[in-house]
Design a protein around this ligand. Sequence first.
Ligand code: HGY
Ligand code: MN
Ligand code: MN
Length: 407
Amino acid sequence: MKIDRKRLEHSIEELGRIGATERGGLTRLALSDEDKRGRDLLVRWMREAGLRVTVDQMGNIFGERPGEPGRPALMMGSHADSVPTGGKYDGQLGVLCALETIRTLNDHRVRTRHPVTLVVFTNEEGARFQPAMIASGVMAGKIALEDAYNARDKDGLRLVDELERIGYLGAEPCVPRPLRAYLELHIEQGPFLEEEGLAIGVVEGIVAISWSRLTIHGVQDHAGPTPMRIRHDALVAAADVVSGVRTIAREIGGELVTTVGNLTVSPNIVNAIPGKVTLSIDMRDPQDATLDRALPRLDRVVREACEREGVRYELEHYWRVPRTPFDREVVAAIERAARATGAGYRRILSGAGHDAQYMAAIGPTGMVFVPSRDGRSHCEEEFTPMDDIEHGANTLLGAALELAGAL
Ligand code: HGY
Ligand code: MN
Ligand code: MN
């Protein structure tokens, strides 16, 4: 039994047109009008596949295919929101490969012991509302529903109000469901599979992640008449922090990665000394202990940079997800399915966060990776060849058949 490559390719192209950018990428921010249009299309496809569609309090969408009554479901899916000027594979490919798996089961009239449930998670990216993976985080009991509801985007709009506005504020409680397993196919978003000429990654787990936000208060003043000796420039302190964040990764080394991805300056005009700067710090490592070493260094970098410039600051380490190992039985099932495709594969660790990170706290979880061209993602150049997607989708199908128990 194999997936229908043409049908899958067509679905990728059709969903990828919703929020498409001129340069072939995708901007479909969580709970935006484009996200609503994408969700509506997925709900239509789920219904056409005979699934019972429900929506929970966080806007997560579920499409249920029946199994034997009383058995826990095999859940599979991903997210359909993107980063700004991102790609049309991150997240949506996992949703569409899960849908293609179900469509293939339908084609072959396969009945399964366990129900099979397709899931589309809300706001996985954390691009519009923080933190990332907020909806699977609420489901896993790691993020309070009220906190998620009150998360605000850069325009001050609340997550719950945006859910309501697009018609996806569901009634189903966003709580753990009994799980046979959770499977997620995703692009690797790194260079290793392509470098080694492999089509499939059997994901053993996800790195530890820490997100911090820094606000620096300087003294806003005129860029002309203010002598250098009396300046307290928030952006000069921020610049020291940005290079200090890079130095932490260089000094600790190993697989630690550190990024300042977001920086806002106020009043952000040519002729005023910046009075206020906010910036984000993203740090990740396969070991929690390394992040525990890196965070005090970050505190020191910020303290010293701000002391030098004589500015005040607030530094908040507001999100931390531990290194997450996946379930050995599920990983083994995915590896068997990968081997059965005949394509090249290897075990791999994910450097990107995924909803699977929280789902692993609810039930046995595993992921399938497919390569990213040049290792690129979160950019319009994001791309994965259809041959690799086909191998990945057939791996997902094989693992689903084993874990759901084809009758
Ligand atoms: O941040 C991440 O790793 C994911 O793309 N949300
Ligand atoms: Mn993703
Ligand atoms: Mn992403």
